[in-house]
Design a protein around this ligand. Structure first.
Ligand SMILES: Cc1cc2nc3c(=O)[nH]c(=O)nc-3n(C[C@H](O)[C@H](O)[C@H](O)COP(=O)(O)OP(=O)(O)OC[C@H]3O[C@@H](n4cnc5c(N)ncnc54)[C@H](O)[C@@H]3O)c2cc1C
Ligand code: SF4
Length: 329
């Protein structure tokens, strides 16, 4: 491991100033991703600013919006009474991620900024990786792409966005609150990430030194039904092969509002806008759900090793739509 300077920040403004002024600086929250990548040599900051003592914890309800401090842990957010009552899909996504030990360390800000699990990205012996080394190629396309993306992917990079939490959050129109050297700003999570097909090496709109201070999540209407289905190789401690976050408002058997996020298939947390439009105004029926699911995966870019995900994602979405709406198989 390379040597680096470690500073524990006690003031938010100091933390931002330190990292912003230091091109090789980075933040350390729970460390569950950052330390792994440093051990592997993929990341080598020469200044690590520990933000765990900053007053950015806690969950606060402001009318119909939940403001979540960036340092709130996954486990704390999952246990919040408003999340349990009004955002069950967020709770399910959190509790289906990682393990209890990790969830007690891992923060919400860090979860949204976690890097891809692409094994070639994490292996410095692999010379071809456009995400690590611009224009070097993509080893995954020629290698074992099973755990990779089919939406927002192309021959330059098929890396998957691994966060479960981000999937319901994009569906819910959550907003990321940032503080940087230039001041505060807010970005809708749906605009925050870039697809790998656009820019493998630049993953989001964060400027160097900008700190996520909070996430704001609009609550679902009280009458909404919602859930998160995650399909994976093992029952726990495993990333998604495909996942679907779904929220519907139904009245008189007709879908009035629909929100859909897909995980395990996108190079960014995938908002299925067209599928939502397909649902709104239609009756709750398996045929409706199948049509929406077909629309949701349009434009998928597949390899022989990833083609199965197109069908899997559709089945996952149809099943969760049926579950939340109570439509029998
Ligand atoms: C074995 C294993 C299994 C996992 N399984 C899952 C899973 O199934 N689903 C899932 O969603 N996740 C999973 N994860 C990922 C885990 O959720 C993330 O590692 C964790 O949420 C990151 O949070 P952290 O606080 O530890 O971030 P850190 O590791 O401290 O930081 C991650 C990145 O975010 C930056 N950062 C952190 N906080 C801020 C901030 N407030 N502002 C700006 N930058 C910041 C850091 O500089 C770093 O680049 C798994 C991780 C492991 C190790
Ligand atoms: S999929 Fe992306 S991260 Fe993985 S090797 Fe290819 S370029 Fe690198």
């Amino acid at each position: 491991m390379r040597s680096f300077e470690y500073v524990r920040a006690t003031e938010v403004a100091d933390a931002v100033r330190l990292v912003s002024a230091h091109p090789g600086g980075a933040y350390l929250a729970g460390g569950t991703t950052q330390v792994d990548l440093m051990k592997d040599g993929v990341l080598g900051p020469d200044l690590l600013v520990d933000i765990t003592r900053l007053p950015l914890t806690g969950v606060e309800r402001r009318d119909e919006v939940l403001r979540v401090g960036a340092l709130t842990t996954m486990e704390e957010l999952a246990a919040d009474p408003t999340v349990i009552e009004r955002l069950p899909l967020v709770r399910e996504a959190l509790l289906k991620g990682a393990s209890a030990q990790l969830r007690n360390m891992a923060t919400i800000g860090g979860n949204l900024l976690q890097r891809t699990r692409c094994r070639y990205f994490r292996d410095l012996d692999v010379p071809k990786c456009n995400k690590r080394l611009v224009e070097s190629g993509c080893a995954a396309v020629e290698g074992a792409p099973r755990m990779h993306a089919v939406l927002g992917a192309n021959e330059r990079c098929i890396a998957l966005h691994a966060s479960d939490l981000a999937v319901p959050l994009v569906a819910l129109d959550a907003v990321v609150c940032l503080l940087g050297a230039a001041g505060e700003r807010q970005i809708p999570l749906t605009d925050f990430y870039f697809a790998s097909s656009d820019s493998p090496d630049v993953e989001n709109r964060l400027s160097h030194g900008e700190l996520i201070t909070a996430i704001e999540i609009p609550l679902l209407p009280v009458e909404a039904v919602s859930g998160y289905l995650k399909v994976r190789d093992r029952v726990s401690y495993e990333f998604a092969l495909a996942s679907a976050a779904v929220a519907l408002v139904i009245s008189g058997g007709v879908i009035r509002q629909a929100r859909i996020g897909l995980g395990g298939v996108g190079s960014k947390p995938w908002r299925a806008w067209d599928a939502e439009r397909e649902l709104v105004g239609s009756p709750t029926a398996t045929a409706t759900f199948r049509r929406a699911a077909q629309v949701a995966v349009q434009g998928a870019w597949t390899l022989p090793g990833t083609a199965f995900k197109v069908e899997l994602a559709q089945r996952c979405l149809v099943r969760e739509l049926r579950t939340v709406s109570g439509v029998a198989a």
